[in-house]
Design a protein around this ligand. Structure first.
Ligand SMILES: [Fe+2]
Length: 307
């Protein structure tokens, strides 16, 4: 009997030891993976440099812009994490049209390393027309793995808030942060409140977000998850959304989701190799949005097409 009890104790001790070893190996593995992610995604890069273009920083939740004329326009630029010449070309072309504001839909850098951000900011400091407000939102590539969590650390340093809204006459432009790949709960209630105010004030609403709503029937799969697409549909239900502008899919085109026109624009690694660099220009006339796609080739041939 004593032998059986001793064997049972010894078996239990072995099982406990095995569980401890497995747990420790798992923790070391996870820790190693996280440290590796920190190494590749800017986690060890110090955020030390002041912005060479501090006007890009959004500090307030609400921005009010006043156009000098009845109609106004804005430009939409998408993912540009590849080579500099095409992204500088679309920026310069967009701003020579003197839009009231420009937007950048995220993924301006590939790994969110400090040096990448510094290069991007230096380009903006040299080429951006500071008389035109330029609003950025983060994409998945904007996120850093830091000691205190995964978030767009460099983006926040250079651009401030990651979600906010801009009011212009009878329009409200809401900027969402989907850099985590989904719509965070705090932005769910935030957007509902912005839509409620817009309805009260009879403003039409435009959304800007990095990830497009999923619509697999039309091949839109590189997108928000199905659950988050449903979540977005619930948030905006009953509201009047004139259009949604997104990046993430590396092309420039339009589709209709939930009865709403969705415009996607983005550069690509092949921009100025196999395809032109493109962006959107939007004229706002009364209650209407007139959206055009501008295509620029490497030799600066330029074409404009209404979507
Ligand atoms: Fe993306």
């Amino acid at each position: 009997m004593e032998n059986e009890a001793a064997m049972s104790r010894s078996a239990k001790t072995l099982i406990v030891k095995a569980i401890v070893v497995v747990c420790m190996a798992t923790l070391i593995g996870l820790g190693g993976n996280y440290l590796n992610a920190m190494q590749t995604r800017g986690g060890f890069d110090a955020i030390i440099r002041d912005s060479p273009a501090p006007e890009l920083r959004v500090a307030e939740e609400r921005i009010l812009l006043e156009p000098s004329e009845g109609s106004f326009s804005f430009a939409v630029l998408g993912d540009m994490r590849w080579e500099s010449p095409p992204r500088i070309a679309v920026l310069k072309d967009a701003q020579q049209r003197k839009p009231l504001f420009m937007t950048n839909l995220g993924d301006a850098v590939a790994k969110s390393r400090g040096a990448e951000w510094e290069k991007y900011l230096d380009e903006l400091a040299a080429n951006w027309d500071r008389s035109i407000p330029y609003f950025h939102i983060p994409g998945g590539h904007s996120r850093n793995y830091r000691f205190d969590g995964v978030y767009p650390a460099f983006f926040q340093h250079y651009f401030g808030r990651t979600n906010y809204y801009v009011d212009v006459k009878g329009w409200r432009f809401c900027f969402l942060d989907t850099s985590s790949g989904n719509i965070p709960n705090d932005q769910e209630s935030w957007l509902k409140e912005r839509l409620r105010e817009a309805e009260r004030d009879r403003r039409k609403v435009v959304l800007f977000m990095h990830h497009p709503p999923r619509l697999e029937a039309q091949g839109i799969k590189h997108a928000l998850s199905g659950a988050d697409t449903q979540k977005l549909a619930q948030i905006i239900k009953g509201g009047e959304i004139a259009a949604i502008f997104c990046g993430h899919i590396h092309s420039t085109f339009k589709y209709t989701w939930d009865g709403i026109p969705v415009y996607v624009t983005s550069l690509d690694g092949s921009s100025w190799k196999e395809q032109p660099a493109e962006y959107l220009h939007v004229v706002v006339q009364e209650n209407q949005l007139i959206v055009t796609r501008t295509s620029l080739t490497r030799d600066m041939a330029r074409s404009v097409e209404q979507l």
